[in-house]
Design a protein around this ligand. Structure first.
Ligand SMILES: *Cc1c(COP(=O)(O)O)cnc(C)c1O
Length: 499
């Protein structure tokens, strides 16, 4: 496929605007550009076809099953897009005063209340823009809390699990804490004996997701919470896996003090291309004074932004947070009403259905009932037929499925981490099982067809080492658009394609 710049023909135009019937505004000479912008010149149908064709090369939740573990790629109800586009929401300016934005503030307040109830805690800030930013914010809250108690210097370590998402250790380091990693035991729980050895008065807290990235609910979570609380430390709940437990169990009841909620995962949001997301945090009463401001409060019948927070760690995001994300997530929660539990129960049921049907064809490192996701291993396929988790993932594309997450969590070799979510029909799950089983059979009968996969996608296998170490992400179109550029191997990406 050619770039739109390569399709450009000098003088070609789409629609023409009528000549203005008012005098043109005088743009000061020093603000005027000296050359016209170098834009592609095409007729309107060519532009439309160009972008429509490009869009067909994308894989998204709207084109097929997307069982990307840990990412909760559920269907995004179209009605929520309509709600975001309501003029009262869409046209609101961030500087609109409080009296003129009561509806938006009410929605934010109601969302806060829903998240507080779902997490079993006390106060909420909608500010953080993603789970990872929620983590950093939560750790800053911990520091502020300990500083207030004169313990900030004494407490310098945060414990994470060896199954943790990469953002956990990154946030801990960014927040200036030392990292201690607790191991996973043979049943896939946190190794409590190991934990006891590492927790002491220098510990500031724990950061844990439950269910874990293995899709397993920790059977000792209350004991773990006690170990930390006994030394005065705090527990942070990485809420990325909340889709497993909504309305069933609450992080606050498990003993956690701070929670982030990935709105884009649990409460639907078109995501996967880098946002927009939302990572509100919810905290216990003792931590409320430190929350980022402004908080949305209800005073009588009115909704207000409360800036009067002397102990607040300050703002962590511009304005009041990602508002469109709030609208969609609030709508998603309300569409279930008091039956939100059904969302999680269906997600868990779907995952266990897949697990039961796949566990004979692949290795299952932890043979337990799973929560909303589970982790298989391609260990035997690799040993016996030379087929790796990566090979399985690539071959799945030929069967029309987005691959699961692979090589994560790190404690499982050749990991395939599968999360179906609650929005998939049984027929879709069955088709995915059929594809996975067919691939396991191909590994025996025709391993070469897997190693050469994908065969039917626009891009085949890239040289992954080269792509990571010497990434050239621009296409060789300097000649067409006259961009001065580094001439080094402009067509490398092309050359890296398998076909
Ligand atoms: C997605 C995820 C995160 C990070 O959340 P973002 O919203 O992507 O920043 C943290 N932990 C786990 C377990 C996750 O799956």
């Amino acid at each position: 496929m050619r770039l739109i710049f390569e399709k450009s023909q000098p003088g070609r135009r789409g629609g023409e605007l009528p000549r203005p019937d008012v005098p043109p505004a005088e743009v000061p000479a020093d603000l005027r550009r000296s050359r016209p912008p170098r834009l592609p010149e095409l007729a309107e149908p060519e532009i439309l076809r160009h972008f429509t064709e490009l869009s067909t090369r994308n894989f998204g939740i709207d084109t097929g099953f997307y069982p990307l573990g840990s990412c909760t790629m559920k269907y995004n109800p179209r009605v929520n897009e309509r709600l975001v586009m309501l003029p009262g929401f869409r046209d609101l300016h961030p500087y609109q005063d409080e009296d003129g934005s009561q509806g938006a503030l009410e929605l934010m307040w109601r969302l806060q209340e829903a998240l507080i109830e779902i997490s079993g805690l006390h106060a909420c800030s909608l500010q953080p823009a993603a789970g990872s930013q929620g983590e950093l914010t939560g750790l800053m809250l911990m520091r502020a809390y300990f500083a207030d108690r004169g313990e900030a210097d004494q407490r310098d370590t945060i414990v994470t699990a060896d199954t943790a998402h990469g953002t956990n250790p990154a946030s801990v380091t960014m927040a200036g804490y030392k990292l201690a990693k607790v191991e996973t035991d043979a049943r896939g729980n946190v190794d409590v004996a190991h934990l006891r050895e590492m927790v002491n008065e220098r510990t500031a807290g724990l950061m844990l997701t439950n269910p874990s990235t293995l899709g397993l609910f920790d059977e000792h979570i209350e004991e773990i919470a006690t170990i930390f609380h006994e030394v005065g430390a705090l527990l942070y709940y990485d809420g990325a896996n909340l889709n497993a437990v909504c309305g069933i169990s609450r992080p606050g009841d498990m003993g956690f003090d701070i929670v982030h909620i990935n709105l884009h995962k649990t409460f639907s949001q078109p995501h996967g291309g880098g946002g927009p997301g939302g990572g509100p945090i919810v905290v216990r009463e003792t931590l409320e004074p430190y929350l980022p401001g402004p908080a949305v409060t209800k005073v009588g019948d009115a909704y207000r932004l409360d800036h009067d927070r002397p102990k607040s760690i300050g703002k962590v995001r511009g304005y009041t947070g990602p508002f469109g994300v709030f609208v969609r997530s609030y709508a998603y929660i309300r569409s279930y009403g008091p039956g939100l539990r059904e969302m999680s129960e269906t997600a868990v049921l779907n995952a266990n259905y897949l697990l039961a049907r796949l566990k004979d064809a692949y290795d299952l490192p932890f043979d337990r009932l799973c929560m909303h996701e589970f982790v298989l291993s391609a260990r035997s396929l690799k040993r016996e037929h030379g087929i790796s988790a990566l090979d399985v993932a690539k071959r799945l594309m030929d069967y029309g499925f987005h691959p699961p997450t692979i090589y994560f969590p790190l404690v499982v070799p050749e990991a395939l981490m599968i999360e179906p979510t609650e929005t998939e029909a049984k027929e879709t799950l069955d088709a995915f099982v059929d594809a996975m089983i067919a691939i396991a059979r191909e590994a025996e009968d025709d391993p070469e067809v897997i190693k050469g996969a994908p065969h039917g996608r626009p891009v085949r296998r890239l040289d992954e080492v080269k792509a990571a170490k010497r990434a050239v992400v621009k296409y060789g179109f300097e000649d067409h658009v006259g961009l001065a550029g580094d001439p080094a191997e402009p067509r490398q990406l092309e050359a890296q394609k398998g076909a």
